[in-house]
Write a protein that binds this ligand. Structure first.
Ligand code: NAP
Length: 319
C-alpha cells in the first residue's frame, strides 16, 4: 500500500472524520432538510440491528417510514425492532433474516420480497472487516462476499421493484478508507497476495463506490449515492480495529452522527437534487480520489467488475 496515500488519508481523517469534523461540518447543515414526514414510503436497511444501520433505521422510523430491517441474527434483529418501535412509536418495522455473505439466500430473499412488498429506498449498510482470509460455504472470501457481491446481488435484484416507485433511492454505506485503494479486478477473492483485512475491506469499499457510479449511469430513474459515515464508535470498529479503537476512542463520532448523512440521503428532498452516483460525507458530495494518489480506474476495469459480479451472481441464481 502506498505510504503517501495512507498518510494523506489519515491526516484527512483526523481533520474530518472524527467527532470534531462532524461538529464543524454540521454548522453548515440545513435543519429543515430532515424535517420531513416519510409516512407511506418503504425503506430497507441491511445490518440494521446495530451501529449506523440501527441509528439510521430509527431516524427513518421517527419520520413515519415503514422500515424493513435485514439482519443475520434473529435475536439481535428482534431486539433492534423492539427498541426502534418503543422509541419512535412506529409499528411498521419488519424483520427479515438474511446473511449477506450467502448469495443463494440473497436471491431467494429478494425474489420473495419483490412479490410481497413495495420499496422506495434501499440502504446497503451491512458490512464487515474480517482480518483473516476466511471462505464462506460457497468458497467465497468472506469480506468480498458480504461487502461487494452481497451488495451487488441484493441491489440488482431489487432494482425492478424500486423502479416502480416515485423518488426511488439506493444508498450504499462505503468508507473513506476506500480512498487508499485503486479498483483491482484481477484478484476479487484476495488469493494472489498476502492477506491484509484492512486493505481488502478498503478495496471492497472502493468497489461499492464504482458500483454506485455504474448503477447511476445505467438506471437514470433511480437515485444512487455512496457515502462515508466518518469514524463512529460502533461494534465493528471495536472488534475489527481494536488498535485503532484504543487510540481513537475519545474522538469517535456517535452512531447517530455516523448515520446522519445516510438519513439525509434517504429522506431529504435536498439529497434528491444532487446528481446520481456521487460519494457523500457530511451531507456534501466529496471527491472519490485523493490528490495525486493514482487511484482512478479505467472504464475497462469498471466494466470488468460489473461483468465479474454479474457472472458470479448468475452462478448462484436458484434453478
Ligand atoms: N463505524 C465506522 O467508523 C465506519 C466507518 C466507515 C464505514 N463504516 C461502514 O458502516 C457500515 C455499518 O457498520 P457499523 O460501523 O455501524 O458497524 P456494526 O454496528 O458492527 O454494524 C454492522 C452491521 O452489519 C451486519 N453484518 C455484517 N456482516 C453481515 C452479514 N454477512 N449478513 C448480514 N449482516 C451483516 C452486522 O450484523 P451483526 O450484528 O450480526 O454482526 C451489523 O448489523 C458498514 O458497512 C461499515 O463498513 C463504518
Amino acid at each position: 500500500m502506498s505510504l503517501y496515500r495512507n498518510s494523506v488519508w489519515f491526516l484527512k481523517g483526523l481533520n474530518q472524520y472524527c467527532r470534531s469534523g462532524y461538529e464543524s461540518a454540521s454548522k453548515h447543515f440545513v435543519p429543515e432538510d430532515l424535517e420531513v414526514n416519510v409516512t407511506g414510503r418503504s425503506f430497507m436497511v441491511t445490518g440494521a440491528n446495530s451501529g449506523i444501520g440501527k441509528a439510521a433505521a430509527k431516524e427513518i422510523a421517527r419520520r413515519g417510514g415503514a422500515v424493513h430491517l435485514v439482519c443475520r441474527n434473529k435475536d439481535r434483529a428482534e431486539e433492534a425492532k423492539k427498541e426502534i418501535t418503543t422509541e419512535t412509536g412506529n409499528q411498521n418495522i419488519f424483520v427479515h433474516i438474511l446473511d449477506m455473505s450467502n448469495p443463494k439466500r440473497i436471491w431467494e430473499f429478494a425474489e420473495q420480497f419483490k412479490n410481497e412488498h413495495r420499496l422506495n429506498v434501499l440502504i446497503n449498510n451491512a458490512g464487515c472487516m474480517v482480518n483473516k482470509r476466511e471462505l464462506t460455504e460457497d468458497g467465497l472470501e468472506n469480506n468480498f462476499a458480504t461487502n461487494t457481491l452481497g451488495t451487488y446481488i441484493l441491489t440488482t435484484l431489487l432494482l425492478p421493484l424500486l423502479g416502480k416507485e416515485d423518488d426511488a433511492r439506493v444508498i450504499t454505506v462505503s468508507s473513506g478508507g476506500m480512498l487508499v485503494q485503486k479498483l483491482n479486478v484481477s484478484d476479487l477473492q484476495s488469493e494472489k497476495t498476502a492477506f491484509d483485512g484492512t486493505m481488502v475491506y478498503a478495496q471492497n469499499k472502493r468497489q461499492q463506490v464504482v458500483l454506485t457510479e455504474q448503477w447511476a449511469k445505467a438506471h437514470p430513474n433511480i437515485h444512487f449515492s455512496s457515502m462515508h459515515p466518518g469514524w463512529a464508535d460502533t461494534p465493528a470498529v471495536r472488534t475489527s480495529m481494536p488498535d485503532f479503537y484504543e487510540k481513537m476512542k475519545d474522538r469517535l463520532r456517535t452512531e447517530a452522527q455516523g448515520a446522519d448523512t445516510v438519513v439525509w440521503l434517504a429522506v431529504s428532498p435536498a439529497a434528491r437534487k444532487q446528481a446520481s452516483g456521487l460519494f457523500f460525507q457530511d451531507r456534501q458530495p466529496v471527491p472519490t480520489h485523493l490528490p495525486l494518489a493514482w487511484t482512478k480506474s479505467s472504464p475497462g476495469d469498471e466494466e470488468k467488475l460489473m461483468q465479474a459480479l454479474e457472472e458470479l451472481s448468475q452462478k448462484f441464481k436458484p434453478r
